[in-house]
Design a protein. Sequence first.
Length: 396
Amino acid sequence: MTGNFAYLKLLIGNIFSMNMHTGHAIRVNTNGIRSLAALAKTASTSRVLNLNAVAASGSGNKYDAQTPFFSDRLLNCAIITKHRPRPEEIDFFNENVPIATKIIFPIDGEDLRLGGRSIFVNQIGYLNALCDFLGKDPIELDNDLTILELLNELPSLDPFLVREQLRRHNFDPSDNYFAITPSDTARLEKFVYRELRSLVMLAFSTGGDTNTELIKRMSNAILATNADHRLAPLQETLGLEGEAFQRGIFSWKGFLYYKWQFAETKPELQRVVTHMQGMRVRGRMDSLDGYAIASTRNSIRSRIQETVKRAADILALYDEGLAGLTEKGNAADFRKFLLEAPALFIELGYAMGMMSHIVSFWRFRFKQTQSEVSNVDEFLEILRDFDLGLAPREPA
């Protein structure tokens, strides 16, 4: 089956996952078309990498030949999401997958209401199905498959972390694919500067000297793609070498990013919850829908509180470890924290990814002045998607 022929076989109005080498189609989401269409109006979020929007806007065209995100044309116009498998999707995998990476191929990139076909990274039959759909063999797709695995390793699709993850492994797509504004970068750099001031003074034995340029250079070095000679004093302080130091710095960078994101997102999330709770439905609505909306909104509010607390608790562990190093000179405990950080980083990423996604998606979908909705089904679907994403995840 060639890629073009398979593409024409898509069933309009539904999203499917296809194990193409067996010809067995599995319906994974027959209610997701409105959500898919809504993605056309949004940029990327912490749960969505919208390559289709970049292609549709034309902003990435002049870069496609030299620095595309994916080499394959269809992959480079896909929508990648972090997706909590629904009950009917659990059997798609050989093991428990709390959060999966989903690739969505729209039927028509300019009209997502027509739906598309999707497949999960590493679902049963994934490699054969993807190669069959794209009409290429694994050797031709080698770099693209590696990128998909790198995305799958991340707990969320925050553009900063995606870009850093790819650069660490020598992939450098155009900046057009990453929704990182100069303002975002400036605020993050300022935050990291404040976070690292005490540490820089310890590592470089500056005592009371608050050398602004030195702290700035150190902050920039930690935010750089790879740990280099500029971090040698810090490396000596922590007693980490080689790959362990590289991994530790990447996890640390992730904690710094999520802590900054937490500070910026939490007040916005509270405003979104208030807006969501007050949103009215215009027109007639049956009692079942009314009950579903009320109960789902209450569940979202409760689960957001739990998610915020979970993220705050993990960040508190980071703060304790860093304080032990900067205030007591206890490098051993912070080194231990960095070596164990990947597991906490994943947990924190799940929480922050959903918090950020709710804020971003809600702000794109509803104006701040909007007080009512007319499409009950769409509104309820959005609420249920938020509620499912916030549900406590089972350990892998």
